[in-house]
Design a protein around this ligand. Structure first.
Ligand SMILES: Nc1ncnc2c1ncn2[C@@H]1O[C@H](COP(=O)(O)OP(=O)(O)OP(=O)(O)O)[C@@H](O)[C@H]1O
Ligand SMILES: [Mg+2]
Length: 595
């Protein structure tokens, strides 16, 4: 329960709505408990009158009998209808206040989780799977919503109904109340017992369903691999096995479910028989009127629902507590990387790595070891090295997706940890190695994060990234939806759209991570042409496996397999050293000759 205490602030926020809701629940039950009394009275009136007519010469001697009785019964009927209408009205209002409150809190909570997720750093996202993040913001919030809405509503309903009904019963007869309530504890114990079994079984079903859906999802997203390895049959067989397990578990649940209602009916039936029997004795003894028996039978039926609901309410509350615990766990996670100041000013583009080492926090893998270098404003740096040598890590550290483990990174002479974080990221045009496009139009993908970019501007940046012609050949040009639900672009097209996106930021520092790998030489020189002209004065860090003849680098750094700098210098200097760079260059030349 202590996990659910987190929600108190929301109850406080919506306190008036909540209090009003409680009032309405009370009123609904007040009218509800009133109704059987009217019915009991109506019955008594009829019995009394019929007896009276019979004693005074039979009904034939009273021509006015039907009219009189009719008026009286009609009057009772109107009362019952009036009570039902009042109940209906307040039931509507009670749902309007409490269920609406739960929806409002759901909205607030989801918004809070989403914006908290966004503050968390990359390391957090590496630690938790996307599925986990998604289930906490959707399913877990739903469970909490069920607690805030229906559970609280029915909980309150139950309390009011119990107190009001039992006091109304006690008002009539203590003996009859005790006898008719006798089977109720038995009912609640057995219902608690059965619903426990139901809960356990539904939980295993839920887990099985989760396995089933996540695997199916994986098969669909990896359909290319599945099909090209001709594994459809094997996958289908596996899925059939899992579905069979699911079927068996569901049947086990249904068998318990099937016991539930008969058991309930049996106990209510027992209660009703006891009421009629003991009530009959009381009527004979002259302690109560026959109408009271009718009233009691209605009460017993009214009480069944809350008694059954106890198990349901407790299990929903437990589920909500477990969900809120999972939500709190993430809400309590604080981002390691935060924005220290608000200081949005342009960057000159001086970069200095000062004895930087970096170890990935969760895996303990050393990705950089004692790396120091300097890039002057407007200079071009090429970062080269074997796969896994730490090039992407250098880029990630520069935009502070991670913070260094040792040493420091200075931009314009200031430690990046003291710079305005959002400004830093806004002013660096980073094209990451694993290109990602949103399921949106091409134009929106290029303009991502830049409000007020016109179509003409988007086209200009697409031209600079040499992707304009490709876009124009798409069915709807710049309005074509790309990504999961749209047109699939080729690897090279995606790379260039994401380069256009980075150019559209008009960055002070350009950071390209291996993003010309899937581009032919001709296109490559177009893009490099843009770097040489429009971005001539900007600092550029280009991570690559290829050496571009068209692009003069002021400095080239080769990261070695030990994650430290192996070679550093200009093209001529490195060629003279005859190390990895020279080897790469010569291999590339030989390859180009072969083309
Ligand atoms: N998120 C991560 N968590 C843990 N270890 C990582 C992570 N990303 C990279 N590494 C490890 O850090 C080392 C450097 O990785 P990095 O991605 O910087 O290499 P790279 O030089 O960019 O390689 P490539 O040329 O293949 O892109 C590798 O050994 C890699 O296994
Ligand atoms: Mg990389």
């Amino acid at each position: 329960m202590k996990h659910l205490a987190y929600l108190n602030k929301f109850f406080w926020k919506y306190r008036w709505r909540f209090l009003l809701g409680i009032l309405f629940v009370g009123l609904v039950n007040w009218f509800r408990v009133w109704q059987p009394q009217v019915i009991g009275e109506a019955l008594d009136t009829v019995i009394f009158n019929v007896k009276h007519y019979n004693e005074t010469g039979g009904i034939a001697a009273h021509p006015e009998a039907y009219r009189e009785l009719g008026t009286q019964i009609g009057w009772f009927g109107l009362q019952v209808i009036g009570l039902a209408l009042a109940m209906g009205l307040f039931m509507f209002l009670m749902r309007q206040s409490i269920i609406v409150m739960s929806r409002l809190i759901e909205y607030d909570l989801r918004k809070e989780i989403f914006s908290h997720y966004e503050t968390l750093d990359l390391a957090f996202y590496k630690r938790h799977s996307t599925g986990d993040l998604m289930s906490r913001i959707s399913e877990d919030v739903n469970k909490v919503r069920m607690y805030l809405g229906p559970t609280i509503l029915y909980g309150l309903d139950l309390i009011f109904l119990f107190v009001l009904t039992i006091s109304a019963m006690l008002n009539v007869s203590l003996t009859l109340t005790l006898w008719s309530l006798l089977p109720l504890p038995l009912l609640s114990i057995s219902i608690y017992w059965v619903s426990n079994i139901i809960n356990k079984r539904s939980e295993t079903i839920q887990q099985q369903l989760a396995t089933l859906t996540s695997t199916a999802q994986e098969v669909y997203s990896g359909i290319r691999v599945v099909k090209s390895y001709a594994q459809e049959k094997a996958m289908g067989a596996w899925f059939a096995d899992q579905t069979e397990i699911y079927r068996q578990k569901s049947l086990r649940l249904i068998s318990v479910d099937a016991v539930f209602f008969p058991l309930m009916m049996l106990l209510i039936g027992t209660s009703t028989i006891l009421t009629v029997y003991v009530g009959g004795l009381e009527v004979v003894a002259g302690n109560i009127t026959p109408g009271k028996i009718a009233q009691f039978v209605i009460y017993i039926n009214m009480l069944t629902w809350p008694v059954t609901a106890i198990g349901w309410i407790s299990s929903l509350t437990q589920q909500a507590a477990a969900s809120q615990k999972r939500i709190n766990e993430f809400l309590k996670t604080q981002p390691v990387i935060t924005n220290p100041v608000n200081d949005p000013r342009p960057l000159r583009g001086h970069i200095r790595f000062d004895k930087v080492s970096f170890v990935y926090p969760d895996t303990g893998i050393t990705a950089l070891r004692n790396v120091s270098f300097e890039v002057q404003p407007g200079q071009r740096l090429a970062l080269i090295g074997r796969t896994g040598s730490g090039k992407t890590t250098v880029a990630d550290l520069l935009v502070r997706l991670y913070d260094v483990s040792e040493g420091r990174i200075l931009i314009d002479g200031k430690d990046v940890r003291q710079l305005d974080l959002h400004n830093l990221r806004r002013r660096i045009g980073y094209v990451p190695q694993d290109v990602f496009l949103f399921s949106d139009t091409v134009e929106a993908n290029i303009a991502f994060g830049q409000d007020g970019i016109t179509r003409a501007q988007a086209e200009h940046f697409a031209r600079s990234a040499a992707v304009h012609d490709d876009i124009m050949s798409l069915p709807k040009g710049y309005d074509t939806i790309v990504g999961e639900r749209g047109v699939t672009l080729s690897g090279g097209q995606k790379q260039r759209v994401s380069i256009a996106r980075a150019f559209a930021k008009q960055p002070d520092i350009v950071l390209l991570d291996d993003c010309l790998s899937a581009v032919d030489t001709n296109t490559e020189s177009q893009i490099i042409g843009y770097l040489n002209t429009a971005l001539a004065g900007k600092t550029a860090v280009i991570i690559t496996h290829r050496i571009y003849g068209a692009l003069e680098f002021d400095k080239i750094i080769v990261l070695g397999d030990d994650h430290s700098i192996a070679e550093e210098g200009t093209h001529e200097e490195l060629m003279a050293r005859r190390g990895y760079y020279a080897e790469l260059f010569e291999r590339q030349l030989a390859g180009e000759d072969l083309d």
